[in-house]
Design a protein around this ligand. Structure first.
Ligand SMILES: *Cc1c(COP(=O)(O)O)cnc(C)c1O
Length: 349
């Protein structure tokens, strides 16, 4: 028996807290600070986000991505509205109905798109209500996931085309950016180019998968939509009383470009993993590897043998097995996995 591997490819949230975040929390952990966000750390973290996006946006810190999405969507639409999203979107399949609950009934309208990406024609089609009467939900929001559930990345021009279609139909645009940093470093553009300059109204900026212990930021570029958002957070149990514990983490992540470094590292490990998987000559990779995910068609027996050797990763029916790399995935972990993969493939022959 080999020892259980220390690292896995199950998800990027299998990783712990990155050292810079830990030390920023530690730096904030002295004396007293005003509660509920009226403290200097929270002020600095909000200002840092405004600086990064180069605009005067409204920023809120919540505990997780499900809450960020559900609360953001609840400020964009009412229960009789609908939300257009890709069919594997986290808001559609992974949030246990939180967006529907918090919006009091908004309906998801989905399309498969291509390689995890919606296209403008999907938006135009889903937003067209042929009857145009009060019997159906009224389309109100376009929700885009950057990077996508398939590990692909929307370019600035793809985003602009999508938000233009949304505007044409009178929709707001929400972005689920649980892995925003991974997309950003792939595109090597300004954060504004894939958010407000591309027509995004509100961004849920991921923290946990990028190196925080916990937390996501809700960033309103369209400030009028942020009205009473603090009350929504409080009512949903998403208002940290000791807010500096959440917000100081963001200082550790965003200062000195740690967030970009973490994301680049995860993306590079995914490239290394994909290269090794392709080199077996026996396994198909299902989507372009543009961020930190690799989807591969392992034979089931091989996947089972790898699980038996202690590797965690998940099957996504229709998309193969998913391998996620994190900010701390070691090159040695990738090598050890590939060695096991090659052994298990040979054993199956
Ligand atoms: C992980 C993830 C989230 C956040 O999920 P929580 O577990 O609620 O923090 C949101 N959207 C996407 C696309 C994700 O992958």
């Amino acid at each position: 028996m080999k020892p259980t591997p220390q690292q896995h490819f199950g998800s990027d949230n299998y990783a712990g807290i990155c050292p810079e975040v830990f030390s920023a929390m530690s730096d904030a952990n002295h004396a007293h600070a005003v509660s509920y966000g009226d403290d200097e750390y929270t002020q600095l973290a909000c200002d840092k986000i405004r600086e990064i996006f180069d605009t005067d946006c409204e920023v809120f810190f919540v505990f997780n991505g499900t809450a960020a999405n559900a609360l953001a969507l609840s400020s964009l639409c009412q229960g009789f509205h609908s939300i257009i999203c890709q069919q594997q979107a986290h808001i559609q399949v992974d949030e246990c109905g939180a967006p529907e609950l918090f919006t009091h009934g908004a309906k998801m309208l989905t399309a498969p798109g291509v390689e995890g990406k919606l296209r403008p024609e999907d938006v135009l089609r889903l937003a067209s209500n042929p009857e145009d009467n009060f019997h159906s939900h009224l389309p109100r929001v376009l929700s885009l996931t950057q990077n996508t559930e398939c590990g692909t990345v929307y370019s600035p021009s793809e985003l602009s085309a999508l938000t233009a279609a949304a505007k044409q139909k009178g929709l707001f645009t929400h972005m689920d950016g649980a892995r925003f940093a991974n997309a950003l470093v792939t595109l090597n553009c300004h954060p504004a180019d894939i958010t407000w300059r591309a027509g995004v109204d509100v961004l849920c900026l991921g923290g946990s998968k990028n190196g925080l212990g916990l937390g996501e930021a809700v960033v309103f570029f369209n400030k009028s939509l942020a009205k009473d958002f603090d009350r929504r957070c409080k009512q949903a149990g998403q208002m940290a009383s000791k807010m500096r514990v959440l917000s100081s983490q963001w200082l550790g992540l965003l200062n000195n470009d740690v967030w970009r470094r973490n994301a680049s590292h995860a993306n590079n490990m995914a490239q290394q993993l994909a290269t090794g998987i392709k080199a077996t000559g026996k396994i198909n990779i299902n989507y372009p590897v543009q961020a930190n995910a690799v989807f591969a068609n392992l034979p089931h027996a091989t996947a089972q043998a790898l699980h038996q050797r202690g590797w965690h990763f998940y099957e996504f029916p229709g998309a193969g097995y998913r391998f996620m790399c994190a900010w701390d995935t070691a090159a040695e972990t990738v090598e050890a996995f590939l060695a096991d993969l090659n052994e298990c493939l040979t054993a199956n022959e």
